[in-house]
Write a protein that binds this ligand. Structure first.
Ligand code: 13P
Length: 334
């Protein structure tokens, strides 16, 4: 393992004013997104859509440090035959790959999930590295509800995240470690804060046990927010203050960067929260976005599957990327 190289990739992924485009929706998830805009989820439509994003010059060259791809996309060619991964490299962004294989029900723990995909992961990572991927992503999902999360769900997911991260580093790939505490429930921000702290602490304990080099990874956490069904919505300032406090308590300064998921926040909320956190600086790590929905909802709508809308889709994507790029420096104004 070459830690200097891993560290410089991780540092580039969270470069000031830049963040990550999470375009790694599984076939099931992209179908849901396409259904919402009335587009059939065919291989060609998925290719056209992602090609539109990766050819967005302004966004890709100025505000996007890296792109997380799904397995199908990393092997796909653009309409003119150019591999999509080459489009990303030529824009100056770093290609990455989602390597988890989704979730399964966790035995003995009703309603809870464990992320799978460790079998044969070493071989898959080798092929992805040869194709050009320099970072990877694995998402664990922790739900908040009555009596959950269990310590069992937190432990097995943290263990799997650390197994994945160690395998990535051995393959010279920077792991994005993503323990996502969902914002689906009716809980308030303080419960999210407590659960996320427990999850992060357990995750870093496992990373240490499994000898993962913290200097060669990126953390992708949720923010401390109230659940979507909570009657008590937290203000932007409260989200920023509690999230920064939580991360300072749990994330060692050796970690080069933290890149948030948007997790169902609206586009503007995700931007405003990140911006407000930078107002509380200086921070010990790079702090930026790794958004899926909060970067793509607008371009998806503008595109709506029509070739004549490609320029409008690219404008919508570049706008959100620019807003989040500003927020990643604390320079966004609503
Ligand atoms: P969202 O920003 O839509 O939560 O997606 C980010 C991601 O990669 C989830 O794994």
């Amino acid at each position: 393992m070459n830690l200097t190289e891993l560290n410089s990739t991780a540092t580039a992924m969270v470069a000031p004013g830049k963040g990550i485009l999470a375009a790694d929706e599984s076939s099931g998830t992209i179908k849901k997104r396409f259904d919402a805009i009335g587009v059939e989820s065919t291989e060609a439509n998925r290719r056209d859509y992602r090609e539109m994003l990766f050819r967005s010059k302004e966004a890709m060259s100025q505000y996007i440090s890296g792109v997380i791809l799904y397995d199908e996309t990393i092997w796909q060619d653009a309409k003119d035959g150019m591999p999509l991964i080459k489009l990303i490299e030529e824009s100056g962004a770093i290609p990455g790959i989602k390597v988890d294989e989704g979730t399964q029900a966790l035995p003995m723990c009703p309603g809870e999930l464990v992320t799978v995909g460790l079998d044969k992961l070493a071989e898959r990572l080798k092929k992805y590295y040869e194709r050009g991927a320099r970072f990877a992503k694995w998402r664990a999902v922790i739900d908040i509800g009555s009596g959950i999360p269990s310590i069992t769900a937190i432990s097995v997911n943290a263990h799997a995240l650390a197994r994945y991260a160690a395998l990535c580093q051995a393959a010279q790939i920077v792991p994005i470690v993503e323990p996502e505490v969902l914002m689906d429930g009716g809980h308030d921000i303080d419960r999210c804060f407590d659960v996320t702290q427990r999850v992060l602490n357990k995750t870093f304990q496992e990373l240490r046990v499994q000898r993962v080099a913290l200097e060669g990874m990126v953390l992708k956490p949720n923010m401390a927010v109230a659940g979507k069904k909570s009657p008590k919505k937290a203000s932007v300032e409260e989200v920023a203050e509690k999230t920064v406090r939580m991360l300072k308590a749990c994330v060692p300064a050796a970690v080069p960067g933290i890149a948030f998921l948007s997790g169902g926040q609206s586009d503007e909320e995700a931007t405003a929260h990140l911006n407000a956190m930078h107002k509380l600086g200086p921070l010990p790590w790079g702090l930026t976005f790794s958004y899926g929905r909060a970067l793509q909802a607008a371009p998806q709508k503008a595109w709506s599957g029509k070739a004549e809308n490609v320029a409008a889709g690219q404008r919508a994507f570049s706008h959100r990327a620019r807003m989040n790029g500003l927020a990643a420096k604390g320079e966004w104004a609503s």
